[in-house]
Ligand binder design. Sequence first.
Ligand code: FES
Length: 159
Amino acid sequence: MTADSAAIHRCVTAAVARMSNEPGPLLEILHSVQGELGCVPAEAVPLIAEALNLSRAEVHGVVSFYHHFRERPAGQHTIQLCRAEACQAMKGDALAEFAKQRLQIGFGQTREDGKVTLEAVFCLGNCACAPSAMIDGQLRGRLDSEALADCVKSWGVPA
Ligand code: FES
């Protein structure tokens, strides 16, 4: 068992011990694992499945269904761009295209230099200030490409 494997095993075991008797514990366990490890690594899936008497496919299905869960750790910075209707209607599509071009990655990806992860989210509850994004955990409204470009530049992402 590698050091990473040991950490994953320990993290899953602790989360299962805390939450397996709760109703519908899978999501709670996944949140806990991601909170501690920064993602839900593939190696955690069979451990969680076995502990909850589920199939690996069921656990993997939940991890991949919810955009919130990551299978790999995020980069140093995270941009979660809202792709839901109100934001799309306020030039969100153009902003999404700009983000992908500027970062040279698609949604759900991390730049090769590890500086930024770009993720799609679906409504941040900030529709009145669309288009919205969560940037390093901070809610931003009325975001435009200039503000996004400034932000990315400040992180030292080469143009
Ligand atoms: S639709 Fe984007 S914040 Fe609600």
